[in-house]
Design a protein around this ligand. Structure first.
Ligand code: SF4
Length: 79
């Protein structure tokens, strides 16, 4: 069945399957302070160069991601 774009419930599962997962991005300006990891440990981790990276997840706790964005001292997290 193709996606008709009508939004009807008959295509809801198909629409969800085709929807891309919204994911935060850490830019190269990260200084590795660890604030985002402390706030949203489920979404961020520091790599072996002490730069924050995004964990690969099926979903993200957006309240935590938003809090991490606010806490980042160099505005390195975009979403
Ligand atoms: S809060 Fe910002 S600077 Fe600190 S580790 Fe996370 S992305 Fe990097």
């Amino acid at each position: 069945m193709s996606n008709c774009g009508c939004g009807c419930s008959a295509h809801a599962g198909e629409n969800a399957k085709n929807k891309e997962i919204k994911k935060p991005v850490v830019e190269s300006s990260c200084i590795g302070c660890g604030a985002c990891v402390a706030i949203a440990w489920e979404a961020f981790e520091l790599n072996n160069e002490w730069i924050s990276v995004i964990k690969k997840l099926d979903n993200y706790e957006w309240k935590h991601v938003e809090d991490a964005v606010s806490a980042c001292p160099v505005w390195a997290i975009k979403y």
